[in-house]
Design a protein around this ligand. Sequence first.
Ligand SMILES: [Zn+2]
Length: 363
Amino acid sequence: MKLTELDHLPSGLLERSASALHHELDGPTLIHLKGKNPQPLFVTVLQHGNEDTGWEAIRRLLKSHYEYDHLPRSLSILIGNVQAAKHRLRRLDDQLDYNRCWPGGKHEDSDIGKMFRQVTDRISSLAPVASIDIHNNTGLNPHYAAINRIRPEFLRLASYFSSKVVYFTMPLGTQSLALSEVCPSTTLECGQAGEVHGTDHSIGFLETCMNLGEIPTTPLQADEVHLFHMVATVRVHDDALFGFGNVPTDIAFRENLDVLNFQELHSGISLAELNGGPGQPLIATDTNGIDVTSHYFRFDRGKIETVREIMPSMLTLDRRVIQQDCLCYLMERIHFEDHIEGTDHDPLPDSMRRSDRPGEPSL
Ligand SMILES: [Zn+2]
């Protein structure tokens, strides 16, 4: 597999939806477009073939600017997995997950890993103002940005998209982690694919990045960004029967459980009524796989209740996801002012550096 690099948009490309790009492109394609400010913005879309918000945003942005106007700054676009996009899949069965194949990950020697090394080197030589990788997720989650370094310019860049920011350093081999060595970088999670609101929000963010001179490195106020990191994964006990709403199962979760995603829950919030079943209906494990259930939940009052302030994400009502994967992740707030890189403040605790399986975000 060879990287295709172009200095123009192939004619008709902007007319193609994500699932039709394979008519124009053979594989990953890096396109450089010249703008008034020569320092480019680097944008990656469709690393996961079924997550089309990034391509929709680029299409609409270029249709409004590029066809009738000049771009305010140069733009380098990597269009990722067009084969998986053809089938509206995250990846094909015989493909690696593209967003695990960037430099620093386990798949550096794979064909796609070598190609992404080439992309990283090329982009690095262009000294971009910032790098943006655009994704979608499932379930009812708000839009948020994820960063890999706690530095003012990374926080600032993320804050242009959302005040909710997630810090992660695992999994390895992600685009934003690799590019964090090159320039301020972020991963955008734009809600579910196909939502116009996600495209609108991404376009607004890209336009901001296209028009700013550079990303300020001045410190942020504590309330400008709410920074969180994953601390635990929560599973339902294998032997517990569960349902949603007023049902006679061992665990009767709240009907609209997923509205709690990215809500900071106080101690004493009930997630479910208990009608029997295993004594420990949920199992929470930390990033080292240690059982930390009692740190977050109590079950002794006929309910599943929180015992400390916690923020769930990826809560889903999809039984199959809950059974095969997990119920949710738990996140805790990081007071970023105390953890800015390169200052004399306390270094990050180990647990934050290894936000490892099982608590890794599904970027
Ligand atoms: Zn993705």
